[in-house]
Design a protein around this ligand. Sequence first.
Ligand SMILES: Cc1ncc(COP(=O)(O)O)c(C=O)c1O
Length: 428
Amino acid sequence: MKSTTRLSSAASRTEPPVISEFMQTALANPGLISLAAGFVDQQSLPHEATARIASEILADPIEGRRALQYGTTIGDVGLRRQIVGLLERNERVESGTFEAILPRVVVTTGSAQLLYLVAEALLDPGDIVLVEAPTYFVFLGVIETRGARAIGIEIDEGGMKLDALEATLADLEAKGELDRVKLIYTVTEHSNPSGISLAEDRRGPLVDLARRWSRNQRIFILEDAAYRGLNFEGDEPTSVWRHDPEGETVIYARTFSKTYSPGMKLGFGVLPADLVTPVVSLKGNHDFGTTNLTQQILARVLADGTYDRHLQNLIGMYRRKRDTILEALEDQFGAFDGSVRWTKPKGGMFVWFAAPEGVDLGVKGPVVSRCLEEGVLYIPGSFAFPDEPGPVPANFARICFGVPSEAELVEGVRRLAAALAECLDPVA
Ligand SMILES: Cc1ncc(COP(=O)(O)O)c(C=O)c1O
């Protein structure tokens, strides 16, 4: 008799990653312009500076051996000190202001690991996470694996609407489900997928709101600031995390994947004190500690100014790409007089595109297959909505301007317009 595989309930709940099919299609078709992959610009990756710093470390017998040894689970203290300094520069406060947070800074294998660890530390089956609708779809997968529920909160041009958040909490309270709410998840800067940032005047009130609704247990805010730093216009606002000086409510998640190198896969969290031990213990089960060599390299990249210089170059390059794609969208869709809309991001690498209601941009819809014929790919926006409260709209797309060249962006948008032409009525 053939024996069967009985997967754990967590594995059974976990679907294959939603975008992998799209990635495979893109890779299989070399002529295709991918506005889908959320990768960073290949040409911009800092191989020379990283090679120089890596060889400096490895050429030194003491430093080299130290970097090739296991490190600690919480992360290298030299890197964690550099992170504290980076946060002080980001928040425009004097050096030394954040000294006390050092024990709460945890280095992770990308911010993806931090998001997973937080979910693992807090979520049981049936628990509730309130998310922006649309949100970062990878985190929806994590919530699903934990057996928890994601409920979407409407956004506008200022990000998550606090009145809608409050209304959802009131509704859950009326149903006796408030105690299941563990997290409010928000991608605060130039969000993936919407390109929208949480308005500055919502940041403090969001922390107040989470505190007010933390009745029998704390509702944490998980602030995912993956695109912090990639800001094209003026200063970035104060982070939500900064509005929680006691360090009780906000879990601050950051990554160096977008601002330096995704291949180094380094992220970090600043955690409320109560969560440090559980998250570090769980991380011990995952990997015992993030790769020590890449941490040593990044610590030097931050310390010697390489990081800040690189980021300045990236900002210039992505700003030009942003301008190019917005111009191309205006050229191709401006005639549709508002029935086709798109966000105008001030940073990051995503534009959120809305066709008129009734136009199906979903995986099984006609536009995706027309796009593949034309040679362009986007991510259907439906992936980024949780099932609740539903229904999931089908007329959105995520467009990423990170990977293609400026010429490819123009051509990609032209192909998108060609694929959509049959579905749209230009206004005379
Ligand atoms: C919003 C958001 N959060 C987290 C991540 C995870 O990035 P990493 O694990 O490389 O740090 C990404 C990656 O695309 C992202 O877009």
